[in-house]
Write a protein that binds this ligand. Structure first.
Ligand SMILES: Nc1ncnc2c1ncn2[C@@H]1O[C@H](COP(=O)(O)OP(=O)(O)OP(=O)(O)O)[C@@H](O)[C@H]1O
Length: 308
């Protein structure tokens, strides 16, 4: 499959001498939702800004739908919609003129019916004649999305789309992102809400200190790196973890009734059977048990800590 975005050996050294990206290579598949995760200052915005032609790379190149983002800027850029973190519009303009202007900017013929539907989908239609300065923060966010979608891009970048928005708007945004994906738009987003990446993304990339340290299918990532936990509710309380049990993997709750065993389901397929046999040998009875998988957040934190 031909990637819709191909990032090849990208590095960025800012004028200050700060190296924000080091040899980043990354392919984005058409039609996927790709989540880029990374701590503050990792280089997410820098990477997105280079792909969108806002910041020049120091070396390396980016192809958007086969077009070089530097040499064929217009052809590449009209494929890409960007919803930036911060408001980047003329606040004295009305909503309607802002989205109309944005559509024209990348050479799309006017289509007021399309824009009307877009504003209706984003619950902005009744604000179409309002100046942007008179809108609430959430509405301004919606305007940024409308602006990015006004020229029907095939690729949509969302930089921290749900940072600082209320629960309702967040839910609306995710619903819209899913609809866009279903209509064939490729979505690349950065987020600090890992549970949202977990919920939404097909693939996840982790960036740290300007380097991509991991890219994988979300499901495979969670399976590969995810530790599982087995929690047992004991019939009688224990004073301490029995010495016969693996000390590093086993913990006991303060009241002595809950034993938690952490194991690697991939690396050790008989881990649970072994533990339960050991408990039987020790005459430890339990009333209930359940297993749970590490979240993407756990995986992310452990990866970043590992590299720190
Ligand atoms: N114009 C600039 N000049 C110099 N350094 C910059 C510039 N823009 C960003 N940086 C530095 O590059 C690094 C990466 O910044 P970037 O904004 O890409 O990170 P980020 O992953 O998007 O962070 P956050 O999650 O906080 O938005 C930071 O250390 C930042 O200070």
């Amino acid at each position: 499959m031909q990637p819709i975005i191909s990032v090849q050996g990208l590095s960025k050294v800012y004028g200050s001498g700060f190296q924000a990206l080091t040899d980043v290579s990354l392919d984005i598949n058409p039609g996927e939702i790709f989540a880029l995760l990374g701590p503050n200052g990792a280089g997410k915005t820098t990477l997105i800004s280079i792909i969108c032609g806002i910041v020049n790379p120091t070396s390396g190149r980016v192809l958007a739908d086969g077009h070089d983002i530097v040499k064929e800027y217009r052809a590449a850029r009209q494929k890409i919609g960007l919803v930036p973190q911060e408001l980047a519009v003329n606040i004295f303009e009305t909503v309607w003129s802002t989205v109309r202007f944005s559509r024209g900017l990348f050479g799309k013929p006017p289509n007021d019916a399309f824009l009307e539907q877009l504003l209706k989908d984003l619950s902005l239609w009744d604000k179409k004649d309002s100046r942007i300065m008179a809108l609430s923060g959430g509405m301004k966010r919606r305007v940024l999305i409308a602006k990015a979608l006004a020229y029907e891009p095939r690729i949509l970048f969302l930089d921290e789309p749900t940072a600082g928005v209320d629960v309702e708007l967040r839910r609306d945004m995710w619903r819209m992102i899913r609809q866009l994906r279903d209509s064939g738009v490729t979505i690349i987003l950065t987020t600090h809400y890992i549970e949202e990446a977990e919920d939404m993304a097909d693939r996840v990339g982790v960036i740290q200190r300007g380097e991509i340290i991991l890219v994988d299918e979300k499901a495979a990532l969670m399976q590969k790196l995810g530790q599982k936990q087995l929690t047992l509710q004991l019939s009688e309380s224990l004073d301490q973890v029995p010495t016969a049990l693996p000390a590093e993997q086993t913990t006991l709750s303060d009241d002595g009734y809950q034993l938690t065993y952490t194991y690697d389901a991939q690396g050790d397929p008989v881990a649970v059977a072994r533990l339960l046999r050991q408990l039987a040998e020790l005459n430890i009875d339990y009333r209930d048990l359940h297993t749970s998988q590490s979240s993407l957040e756990d995986i992310f934190v452990s990866l970043v800590e590992e590299r720190a």
